[in-house]
Design a protein around this ligand. Structure first.
Ligand code: UDX
Ligand code: UDX
Length: 475
């Protein structure tokens, strides 16, 4: 590290990974730093072509506000390219935004992150980079990954030098542009103070200097895992309370509101729902658990394991309730699934509760009609495949189809289940929908977004998560 002299005039940034993190993050950097040339590269050529597509509706990532930024910056100082080696070669700073999924086999399977892609990228950087390069680890990684990176980077030759920084991402999908534009903090961990200064200067173009926190590299990596673990823990906590509400007659929204007014607790992240999804929470919890096991801290490991257990239980108890309320069998019954994305305002389906709830219902022989305003049918096929779900050959396994037309999925359905909190689901007029549903009709609202006034005027029996069920309907 003593030998590292940072690049003098930082003008070129390369980001490896044009996904949900790389795309929006680099777009916001390019937008705020017109003097920098930012190029995002990806081994997936189709993805790069989609980012370059003329029609902004075809961008591979849907994020409110993203299209406008791409329109302003693309072709000016933001570029998308498949020429990975060349862009590595000319870059002063390289961001790593590649995926780090949970390992499916080998040591640490099911818990540890697979660093395969990070390692491949590190080898490519060490081969193709020229001179002194700052490498920024943005992908969520296990603690001590920077060390691995440094070791790989510094093996090749003695005429190139690298400084590794950890700069974890805290953006939430659906609000990524706002989170990037107005972050609570920017965290930069590293050893080389000059490199830290260079990265801080880039962020300070639009972020208040007081919000830029610098730490050692391990604190930075662990802070990211801990932040996500704390957020996930809040959701499991409130979801555990939702089950007590349903038994006692308390209302989860009222409880959340009351708890949240305590400044020590705060109002955010207390929305009870079908369980957390997304690419980060479960993966980061598993990483933390793996770390605890590795350092022989079984009590700590079990504590965080409980957060995942409650999350799985929440998803399962919803599907069990649906089966129970529909007289114990779903064979041949049509069920409308409203929402497949893991949260509203994104087309991302990774670890979405909908995947698991759908599979449970398919196992019961249901005939699912799935709707989502942003998700494509191919994503659903891929999710079921990735989870080894949707086995049409299995006896009694149901069937599913997808439509972008809400009326079509609800028509003749015995029940509708709201799984994602899309705006269009809160404005559904249930008095109208009742006319086209099969009788007796059910609505299961796992996100508390349905219009209860409209529902009260119907004969639809509805269940709202964290509320006692109202079954006094006359048919
Ligand atoms: C990913 C991780 O999931 C997250 O934990 C981390 O914090 C940031 O990176 P995301 O951007 O959402 O987040 O992932 P994804 O949308 O899958 O994008 C990763 C991209 O990297 C893919 O387009 C993939 O093709 C690309 N990639 C992967 C490369 O270009 N080169 C590689 O060697 C590996
Ligand atoms: C999360 C972190 O928020 C972000 O800082 C990190 O960089 C990546 O992981 P993300 O997964 O994109 O972001 O979305 P988030 O808004 O955190 O939601 C995650 C899941 O929790 C979603 O399934 C969401 O529906 C659920 N959730 C969130 C709740 O059930 N209740 C809440 O109150 C908040």
């Amino acid at each position: 590290m003593d030998t590292f002299t940072p690049p003098k005039n930082v003008s070129k940034i390369c980001c490896i990974g044009a996904g949900y993190v790389g795309g929006p993050t680099m777009a916001v950097i390019a937008d705020n730093c017109p003097d920098l040339k930012v190029t995002i590269v990806d081994v997936n050529k189709e993805r790069i072509d989609a980012w370059n597509s003329k029609n902004l509706k075809n961008l591979p990532v849907f994020e409110p506000g993203l299209e406008n930024i791409i329109e302003r910056t693309r072709g000016k100082n933001l570029f998308f390219s498949s020429n990975v080696h060349y862009e590595i070669q000319i870059a002063d700073i390289i961001f790593l935004c590649v995926n780090t999924p949970t390992k499916s086999n080998g040591l640490g399977a099911g818990k540890a992150s697979d660093l395969k892609w990070i390692e491949i990228c590190a080898r490519e950087i060490s081969t193709y980079a020229k001179g002194n390069t700052i490498v920024v680890e943005k992908s969520t990684v296990p603690v001590k990954t920077a060390e691995v990176l440094k070791n790989i980077l510094n093996t090749k030759s003695n005429d190139k030098f690298f400084s590794v920084l950890s700069n974890p991402e805290f953006l939430a999908e659906g609000s990524a542009i706002n989170d990037l534009q107005n972050p609570d903090r920017v965290l930069i961990g590293g050893e080389d103070q000059n490199s830290i200064k260079i990265l801080s200067q880039i962020y300070s173009k639009w972020v208040d200097k007081n919000k830029i926190i610098t730490t050692n590299v391990w604190s930075s990596e662990l802070s990211k895992l801990s932040a996500n673990a704390f957020l996930a823990q809040r959701i499991s906590s409130i979801n555990s309370i939702s089950a007590i509400c349903e038994k006692t007659g308390a209302d989860i929204k009222e409880v959340s509101k009351s708890i949240g007014t305590d400044k020590r607790i705060g109002e955010k992240f207390l929305r009870s729902g079908p369980g957390f999804g997304g690419s980060c929470f479960q993966k980061d919890l598993l990483n933390l658990i793996y770390l605890c096991d590795f350092y022989n801290l079984p009590e700590v490991s079990q504590y965080w394991e409980g957060v995942i257990q409650i999350n799985n239980w929440q998803k399962q108890r919803i599907s069990r309730l649906v089966v129970e309320k529909l007289f114990g069998t779903l064979n041949g019954k049509k069920i409308a699934i409203l929402g497949f994305a893991f949260k509203a305002n994104t087309n991302d389906t990774r670890e979405s509760p909908s995947i698991f709830i759908c599979n449970d219902l398919l196992e019961e022989g249901a005939n699912l009609h799935i709707h989502d305003p942003q998700v494509q049918e191919t994503q659903i096929i891929q999710e079921f495949k990735d989870h080894s779900f949707n086995n049409p050959n299995k006896e009694g396994y149901g069937s599913w189809e997808f439509s972008k037309d809400i009326d079509k999925v609800i028509k003749d359905a015995n029940a509708a289940i709201i799984v994602t909190e899309w705006d269009e689901y809160s404005s559904i007029n249930w008095q109208e929908k009742e006319k086209i549903m099969s009788k007796p009709s059910w609505l299961f609202d796992t996100r508390l977004v349905s219009n209860s006034k409209s529902l009260e005027k119907t004969n639809i029996t509805y269940w709202r998560l964290g509320n006692k069920i109202n079954e006094d309907k006359n048919y």
